[in-house]
Design a protein around this ligand. Structure first.
Ligand SMILES: NC(=O)c1ccc[n+]([C@@H]2O[C@H](COP(=O)([O-])OP(=O)(O)OC[C@H]3O[C@@H](n4cnc5c(N)ncnc54)[C@H](OP(=O)(O)O)[C@@H]3O)[C@@H](O)[C@H]2O)c1
Length: 302
């Protein structure tokens, strides 16, 4: 199997590319900067690192000839490059497309109203429409909740140092689910190997862990009881309102707009009612794994 990966230098590149290579899948990496990318992925030979500026379908399609699949990891607001990658893959006869849908289920009525997710929604709508009119390919979206081992060190759920502030959403009881980056990579390989009838033209939902902020804070305190672990309650409904007002004023700083996604998680957007873990070969480690990953992050390295 020969797979192209577009947009390797972000959060998911290492996890996806290393899992493809481990599974003996031949990988072509599409990037805007081949020299930089060659330094980041020494396991990929330089002839398989292909520079593209995503400016034209006609220019990209020949580079995708002979590939069985494309996995798109491009930043979610970069709408046109994603559409060019999709159209070039279809034009080149690539059979499988995994779009840059990593995260939450955009059929959720609240998520559809978030202006910062508009490009993502538009891309998914475009891809589904193309698949309806063109039977030459199938797409598979992989929904993951929060990227767990990306979010934890950033302190998005609990401040891991114990010295800063943890912002607790609405009292801390909301269920938050997430997936480890390596599990996302594993899911990509499984999706590509699965029969089209099982994974084609649909979103699949996975998780590695589940927790609430209250539990995370409790576990964190148990590891490092000497730290202050300051916390402050935030009202996500008010934060969403503030984000909408900021958006209306033309503010585009992600910090002013974070209320949109906090509200989504507060409304249970990552707590998928149906899980496709088994199909995608991902173990659900539940609360136990959530606790273990947090403890590993906080515990002083010996
Ligand atoms: N669920 C979660 O918790 C979570 C968290 C973070 C991200 N995500 C999702 O993961 C996906 C990737 O996000 P990310 O944060 O990794 O993105 P990122 O780091 O901003 O960008 C990923 C890659 O996209 C390519 N790219 C960026 N801007 C581009 C542009 N204007 N034109 C063409 N290519 C461009 C770049 O590849 P090259 O420089 O190599 O060309 C870049 O390395 C998105 O779908 C995002 O929504 C989900």
């Amino acid at each position: 199997m020969k797979v192209a990966v577009a947009g390797p230098n972000g959060t998911l590149g290492q996890a996806v590319i290393s899992n493809l290579i481990k599974s003996n899948i031949s990988v072509t990496v599409l990037t805007r900067d081949a020299k930089k990318t060659a330094g980041v992925f020494p396991a990929v030979s330089t002839e398989n690192i292909v520079e593209t500026d995503y400016s034209s379908v006609d220019a990209l399609a020949p580079k995708l000839q002979g590939h069985d699949a494309i996995v798109i990891l491009i930043e979610r607001n970069a709408y046109t490059p994603q559409i060019v990658a999709i159209d070039a893959a279809i034009a080149a006869g690539v059979r499988r497309i995994i779009p840059s849908s990593w995260g939450l289920d955009m059929s959720d009525p609240y998520l559809r109203t978030i202006p910062t997710l508009k490009e993502k929604l538009d891309m998914e709508t475009y891809l589904a429409e193309r698949a309806r009119s063109h039977k030459g390919f199938v797409w598979t979206g992989i929904l993951t909740g929060v990227f767990w081992d990306w979010a934890l060190p950033l302190g998005l759920l609990v401040d891991p140092t114990g010295e800063g502030m943890t912002y607790i959403m609405d009292g801390g009881g909301h269920v938050i689910c997430g997936t480890l980056l390596d599990d996302v990579g594993r899911a990509v390989v499984s999706a590509l190997k699965a029969p089209e009838e099982a994974v084609g033209n649909k979103f699949l939902q996975i998780r590695s862990v589940v927790a609430t902020q209250s539990k995370l804070l409790e576990w964190a305190k148990a590891v490092k009881p000497e730290a202050p672990w300051k916390s402050m309650n935030v009202d996500t409904e008010k934060m969403e309102k503030a984000a909408r007002e900021a958006w209306g004023r033309g503010e585009r700083d992600p910090r002013a707009l974070r209320g949109f996604l906090l509200r989504a998680y507060a409304l249970g957007a990552s707590d998928f009612k149906h899980l496709d873990n088994e199909l995608l070969g991902v173990a659900d480690g539940g609360e136990e794994l959530a606790r273990k990953t947090l403890e590993q992050l906080i515990r002083p390295k010996s």
